[in-house]
Design a protein around this ligand. Structure first.
Ligand code: SAM
Ligand code: SF4
Length: 488
């Protein structure tokens, strides 16, 4: 569907697409029920918490009442047990790897009025731009030259970011090559689409489609999205149901923490995951994001308001999510400073961005202090990819640039069944090692390479399954000899 026909899309059809997944004409977020559940779950007793943690360790998805009990823990000495459980779950399901990507902002033109965002239409101080296809290529080249293999492309909601523009930019990214480098997976963060538009994105080969509900609390949602298409809560809530129906089986949910009570939002995320699982053959979201509100130029809502989430609560919410949805990736972004990122990676995050610039055209062109006028909000971690990779390696984590799973069809229901049978380890750890090695050979500084090579050796000896070790070593030698893009 092109920009014009999308704008003219009869509201009847839009209404049908928004409502077709509802049960008895109601969406799956019952605010009163969630508030009541949280109220009822206050002061959980220690033995119940330990039972829930034991169930979480058996890698089942928790029920809302169990998650609510974890969220309401008030014995300070029980939280370390939750953190430890989250760490163990992460190790069992994902092993010692962190998938790394970079965001590529293609346009900051937006017709919405989200009160927290620097791209809102009323922000007259923002300098607005949509990248040309040539500029998208130059941004991609700059990212490839740093060693990135995975991107998330980001668009504002605007007729100029039509589905045609989205497809063209994604195709241009996939075609860009620099020496040994190329982008192998493009994920998308954009406004909700119709089923027919999602099909077009599927055809150009996107990985995951992300839509963050921002807040699951209806009244708060209405207040912070006063105008524009984004004011329609249900169109957004069912965005990823439509994506699934269009065949995009890796979908990603998220909430912007700081708009409403963090415990409420965690239950909202869980209910969202459960509804997707129920309606799409057990396939829940591929990842969950939990950005915390950051300062944004020209935004009426700034961090620090009534629902600000403290660092301690942030770590708790990540650990509770890890315990609640063991097979869903958790993304921590460069909105958070390095120390917080280290902390939450240890309690369950599986993906992170690095070297991120969120201004339009900011990778190819350095525009220093003009930054805040071109970007959506301020970042907490501006380290380059090499520093992040080294830091993660010093913590014992392999940086994975792997995209094999998605290119071999290990997505959606296939990914879930592999994950549940513990087979992710068979593929994902060796593949993380191979893509990490490629990065070390092609892009790393001497210092990072030294730390990284030691880590690879350690994981071959301690983590890779015995029968696979010779095969991993053989492929590592092939990479040293110039072969690229090999996987299990
Ligand atoms: N325009 C599309 C949308 O709103 O879904 C996609 C891109 S939007 C630029 C990506 C995400 O950035 C939003 O979903 C929101 O969660 C997050 N965001 C917006 N303002 C933010 C802020 N001040 N601090 C942190 N994250 C923010
Ligand atoms: Fe536009 Fe997205 Fe920012 Fe809202 S969050 S103003 S929709 S770019």
């Amino acid at each position: 569907m092109n920009a014009l026909s999308q704008a003219l899309m009869p509201s009847f059809f839009k209404e049908q697409e928004a409502r077709r997944y509802m049960d008895s004409d109601r969406d799956f977020i019952d605010d009163g029920w969630i508030e009541h559940l949280l109220e009822q779950s206050r002061h959980p007793d220690r033995s119940r918490i330990r039972e829930i943690l034991a169930r979480a360790l058996s890698l089942v998805r928790l029920e809302p009442a169990e998650t609510a009990a974890l969220l309401q823990i008030d014995d300070a000495d029980l939280w370390p047990e939750v953190f430890e459980t989250a760490r163990e779950i992460k190790n069992k399901v994902y092993g010692p790897r962190i998938v790394t990507f970079a965001p590529l902002y293609c346009s900051n033109l937006c017709t919405n009025s989200c009160l927290y965002c620097g791209f809102r239409r009323e922000n007259g101080s923002a300098s607005r731009r949509r990248l040309s296809i040539d500029e998208v290529r130059r941004e991609t080249e700059a990212l490839v030259q740093q060693g990135h293999k995975r991107l998330v492309v980001v668009y504002g909601e605007h007729p100029t970011s039509s589905i045609d523009y989205q497809c063209e930019t994604i195709e241009a990214i996939y075609k860009t090559r620099v020496g040994h480098g190329e982008i192998r997976r493009v994920n998308v963060n954009a406004a909700p689409l119709s089923i027919s538009d999602y099909r077009r994105l599927k055809e150009v080969g996107i990985g995951t489609f992300q839509v963050f509900q921002e807040t699951y609390h209806h009244e708060t949602y209405r207040k912070v999205h006063p105008r524009g298409k984004k004011a329609d809560y249900d169109w957004r809530l069912y965005a990823l149901h439509r994506a699934q129906e269009a065949g995009i089986d890796d979908v990603a949910i998220g909430a912007l923490f700081g708009l409403y009570d963090w415990r409420f939002e965690v239950i909202g995320l869980l209910l969202h995951a459960i509804d997707l699982e129920r309606k799409f053959g057990g396939v829940g979201p591929h990842t969950i994001s939990f950005p915390r509100l950051e300062p944004a130029a020209g935004a009426p809502i700034q961090p620090g308001a009534a629902h600000a989430v403290s660092d301690e609560d942030f770590k708790r919410l990540v650990a509770v999510l890890r315990c609640s949805v063991p097979y869903t990736g958790l993304i921590i972004t460069a909105r958070e400073p390095a120390e917080i990122r280290r902390d939450v990676i240890n309690v369950g995050c599986t993906q992170t961005d690095a070297s991120s610039r969120i201004g339009i055209g900011a990778y190819a062109e350095d525009y220093g202090e003009q930054q805040s006028r071109r970007q959506q909000f301020m970042l907490g971690d501006t380290r380059d990819l090499d520093e992040v990779v080294r830091d993660l390696a010093e913590m014992g984590y392999l940086t994975s640039f792997c995209t094999a799973g998605y290119r071999c069809g290990r997505t959606g229901v296939h990914f879930m069944s592999l994950a549940r049978s513990g087979n992710v380890h068979r593929f994902c750890i060796p593949n993380a090692i191979l893509t990490f090695k490629e990065y070390l050979v092609d892009f790393a500084s001497d210092e990072t390479r030294a730390v990284g090579e030691k880590l690879i050796e350690k994981h071959i000896r301690e983590t890779v399954l015995q029968p696979l070790r010779p095969h991993v070593r053989k492929r590592l030698a092939e990479i040293e000899n110039g072969k690229r893009d090999i996987w299990f």
